[in-house]
Write a protein that binds this ligand. Structure first.
Ligand SMILES: Nc1ncnc2c1ncn2[C@@H]1O[C@H](COP(=O)(O)OP(=O)(O)O)[C@@H](O)[C@H]1O
Ligand SMILES: [Mg+2]
Length: 100
């Protein structure tokens, strides 16, 4: 189940980079904190940025169709979700899934 969640989340972020920023980077990191293990994914681009993040993380706000329901879907699929964006400079989405 977690594999499906993680791959869906990554594909949504890759899709956003491709659609809105054209190019970017996705990095994947293994986390080991005390006895917790997890996977952290960072998707970065130098595209146009997102004007209103509050709007964008609301369900139902989407300008195109994706299987994973966009950024609100990514947030639901993962345990931690963080987005930073600067108008005209780019976007960085950081997500973590802790493994059981
Ligand atoms: N990396 C990005 N750079 C610029 N804008 C973005 C990026 N990712 C998302 N957005 C903006 O946020 C909106 C919502 O994204 P998302 O929830 O993935 O839905 P969708 O891609 O289906 O529109 C997009 O329509 C786009 O305007
Ligand atoms: Mg999308």
């Amino acid at each position: 189940m977690d594999q499906a969640r993680i791959t869906t989340a990554i594909s949504e972020l890759a899709r956003n980079i491709y659609l809105y920023a054209e190019t970017g980077h996705i990095s994947i990191e293994i986390l080991e904190v005390d006895d917790k293990k997890g996977i952290k994914i960072i998707a970065k681009d130098k595209g146009p940025g997102i004007k209103d993040i509050r709007l964008v993380i609301q369900d139902g706000y989407s300008t195109s169709q994706g299987l994973g329901a966009g950024l609100p879907g990514v947030r639901r699929l993962m345990d931690e979700f963080d987005i930073q964006t600067w108008a005209g400079e780019g976007t960085e989405v950081s997500i973590i899934k802790w493994l059981r």
